[in-house]
Design a binder for this molecule. Structure first.
Ligand SMILES: N[C@@H](CCC(=O)N[C@@H](CS)C(=O)NCC(=O)O)C(=O)O
Length: 210
């Protein structure tokens, strides 16, 4: 059975858990605390980030690799991007993983980074306004079947909203607001956000997820 080392609130782990759920893959979930990572996880992936998926024949320690592996196993519950949609998916995910995440961290944790939060909040906003245009031209993104693009970027937009929800709701990016509401009220999101106690080898308290 695959083993997933995960941290509940990590956006990368969140999207990996959603992909496994959509692909109906059963696995053992081991909840990790980032300040107290288990040796077993570090032995598999010394870079020390979650999620890490241990399979029989390999270890996947990048969330997008986990998502693509799950999709290849069973794509039936995902929206399948066609032609240029795949290219757009990769471009937008890259924009969120790199630029949006960079500015989000400097907005949320401005004291740690010693930055101007408003400057970084505005940079995130530009990206959300760009996303508005992308969604307007590509209604498949709002398809009832979640796409890889949707599950990959929504956890970051959620973090952005949590940083200042009044401000978020007052902004121009209406499509992103609607999408986020759909995302947070979905059964998929609720299922992958269940709480689990920290895993340890001694307690052997992994959770069977199916
Ligand atoms: N590129 C990685 C990024 C994963 C990542 O940065 N995860 C964070 C948690 S959200 C982490 O594990 N950070 C290590 C730490 O804080 O010690 C992926 O997509 O899986």
């Amino acid at each position: 059975m695959p083993i997933l080392y995960s941290f509940r609130r990590c956006p990368y782990a969140m999207r990996a858990r959603m992909a496994l759920k959509l692909a109906k893959i059963s696995y053992e979930l081991r909840e990790v605390l980032l300040k107290d990572k288990p040796e077993e996880m570090l032995a598999l992936s010394p870079k020390g980030t979650v999620p890490v998926l241990q399979l029989n024949d390999k270890v996947l320690d990048e969330s997008l690799d986990i998502i693509n592996w799950a999709f290849a196993k069973n794509p039936s519950n995902f929206y399948t991007a066609k032609g240029d949609e795949s290219k757009l998916t990769n471009e937008v995910i890259k924009l969120f993983d790199n630029d949006f995440k960079y500015h989000l961290d400097r907005y949320k944790y401005y004291q740690r980074y010693d930055t101007d939060p408003h400057l970084h909040r505005d940079k995130c906003n530009y990206i959300l306004l760009y996303l508005e245009e992308v969604i307007k031209k590509n209604d498949w993104i709002t398809s009832s079947q979640p796409s890889i693009l949707f599950i990959s970027i929504m956890p970051f937009i959620r973090q952005y909203r949590i940083a200042d929800s009044v401000y978020f709701s007052s902004m121009e990016h209406k499509h992103a607001i609607i999408l986020l509401n759909e995302f947070e009220s979905s059964a998929l999101f609720k299922e992958v956000m269940q709480k689990h106690e920290q895993w340890s080898k001694e307690k052997n308290n992994g959770t069977f997820v199916s």
